[in-house]
Design a protein around this ligand. Structure first.
Ligand SMILES: [Zn+2]
Length: 261
């Protein structure tokens, strides 16, 4: 069976979680972090990325939109999409610097209108083949609702869908997007995908040492925060996510290991 035809590789039974090592995974050597908007990364995985940066990982962030639809609460009525984009890009770049991520690639798709298109999948595949990460970090496209108060943003679902579809099969299959071969971009196999926001997490990263860095990075998104201090909420999330492993502060993931190293 061709690799590209596999539908359920290594999954024992529908709904049955694969057995997992409870030890925290080592920091991957090269990490690509893919998100829809500026600040998504800082809210969700900032502690983990800061920890990995300190452990010596090389990291690159991809921000698919520039977040220029803004925030209902804090974007001034006189603000335009055109004026807001460079401000939010600068905030994202500064937040990454706080986490230890030296570069952000912005793809300039429209905030609030993201679709899991083939064009976007090609763009993300191009970055994967160029950067050649061991691990990709992205969201969970299957989550439609979080609790009873938050409808997952459609851009988050689209970005996560595209990230996963670019990892497999596009990045590793030679004749998908053959135009990328013309750009000199050979296939690349991503070994692991860390999926945040999953309702079935199986992997927990202790962020007690980097929770303060996560908060500092989040505060760089000044246009989104106003006077609000996210400390209490983020600390509460970290406590909740760490609870299944008895950790005071964690970020949790569903970990897909696609290829052994
Ligand atoms: Zn977002």
């Amino acid at each position: 069976m061709a690799d590209t035809d596999r539908e359920t590789p290594g999954v024992p039974e529908k709904g049955e979680a694969a057995p997992k090592d409870k030890a925290e995974p080592q920091a991957p050597a090269r990490v690509l972090s893919i998100h829809a908007h500026p600040d998504d990364q800082e809210f969700t995985v900032g502690g983990t990325l800061a920890k990995w940066a300190r452990a010596g990982s090389a990291l690159l962030t991809v921000c698919i939109t520039s977040g220029n639809a803004g925030s209902n609460d804090y974007t001034p009525l006189a603000m335009t999409r055109e004026a807001l984009a460079p401000i939010r890009e600068e905030e994202q770049t500064n937040a990454c610097r706080v986490l230890g991520i030296p570069e952000v690639v912005f793809l300039h798709y429209e905030d609030g209108m993201l679709e899991p298109s083939i064009a976007l999948r090609r763009d993300v595949t191009r970055i994967i083949r160029r950067y050649r990460p061991d691990a990709v970090v992205c969201g969970d496209p299957t989550v439609r609702f979080y609790g009873a108060n938050y409808l997952n943003h459609p851009d988050h679902r689209a970005a996560a869908d595209v990230a996963l579809d670019a990892v497999f099969p596009s990045a590793e299959t030679r004749l998908i997007f053959p135009e990328l071969l013309d750009e000199g971009l050979e296939p690349h196999k991503v070994r692991a995908v860390f999926i945040h926001g999953s309702e079935h997490p199986d992997t927990f990263v202790d962020i007690s040492e980097t929770l303060s860095v996560k908060l500092a990075a989040l505060k760089e998104h000044r246009t989104q925060m106003g006077e609000w201090d996210p400390t209490e909420m983020i600390t509460g999330w970290a406590r909740l996510q760490g609870a299944p492993r008895g950790l005071a502060a964690a970020e949790s993931f569903r970990l897909m290991r696609l290829h052994e190293s």
